[in-house]
Design a protein around this ligand. Structure first.
Ligand SMILES: [Zn+2]
Length: 279
């Protein structure tokens, strides 16, 4: 039986672009990324350029459609259709999830969104209430601040180690604040779940406070750190210092605060008086 030669009609470029895009430029059968691919006419009719008839195949899988004889070896048109439909759905779901990435990250249980929109005066610092992200502007920076940023730039993560009450958490927030000005989102671990880092759509900086309580989490997220995905771990003084750490002591931070207070005495003394009146 002689096959009549079918006339090949070139696939319009817009159509081939669309077919390749829907298949993520990946063979729909073996799905190995990076292989050379071509557009295959499922019904073997090169003049039938309807989108249903076009499938992206690598050269190897395409060869499998050409096999003659050898039962079960041939990649039949029916199989190609099944593989194709399944693969296009996988690609579509993956793209949808990627697009939803930021919302799902915000909703993720283990990372709290941190913003710096509610800055408070120095009063809270003097009162010694828990210094959080709302005091990054009012409080002076400790001398480890720049060291920690250098470390983050170099390694994409830094360990801040210090005694209890030495200002290390506030320093972590102050560093994150600097990055937030550069467009980084800021997240803080809240102790739930096993965290993973995401940076699909915008760069982010992740803070793990009380990291001595979550050593496994600290290890995991440090390994995932990268340029667009930076990690600050804050340890109370229980681990040995190493070159990837910056260390503060209460004495250092007290000295810096003292210096700051004396330089800003005019502003601070009325606050102290007000507090004393309350007491
Ligand atoms: Zn293939």
């Amino acid at each position: 039986m002689k096959k009549t030669k079918k006339q090949r009609i070139p696939i319009p470029i817009e159509l081939s672009d669309e077919v390749l895009k829907l298949s993520d430029r990946t063979c729909c059968v073996c799905r190995e990324k990076g292989k050379d691919v071509q557009i295959h006419h499922i019904d073997e009719n090169p003049s039938n350029n309807s989108i249903e008839n076009l499938a992206v195949l690598c050269l190897q899988c395409h060869n499998d459609t050409q096999v003659t004889g050898g039962f079960g070896k041939k990649l039949t048109s029916g199989q190609v259709i099944k593989y194709k439909n399944e693969w296009l759905k996988i690609v579509k779901d993956r793209n949808d999830n990627l697009a939803k990435g930021i919302q799902s990250l915000d909703k993720q249980q283990c990372w709290d969104d941190i913003n710096f929109d509610n800055q408070q005066g120095i009063e809270g610092a003097i009162l010694g209430v828990g210094l959080n992200q709302n005091y990054v502007e009012a409080c002076p920076k400790l001398n480890i601040f720049q060291d920690a940023i250098n470390c983050l730039e170099l390694l994409n993560y830094v360990n801040i180690i210090g005694e209890s009450g030495s200002g290390k958490s506030l320093t972590a927030f102050q560093i994150a604040y600097e990055y937030s000005k550069k467009g980084y989102k800021v997240y803080k671990y809240n102790g739930k779940d096993n965290p993973t880092l995401y940076s699909e759509l915008s760069p982010a900086i992740y803070i793990l406070d009380n990291a001595h309580l979550y050593k496994n989490v600290a290890n995991t997220i440090q390994q995932q750190a990268k340029k667009e995905c930076k990690v600050i771990c804050v340890f109370t003084d229980v681990i040995n210092s190493n070159e990837n750490s910056v260390r503060i002591t209460s004495k250092q931070s007290v000295n810096i605060l003292y210096e700051y207070y004396t330089q800003n005495a005019e502003q601070i003394i009325p606050i102290v008086k007000k507090i004393n009146k309350k007491v």
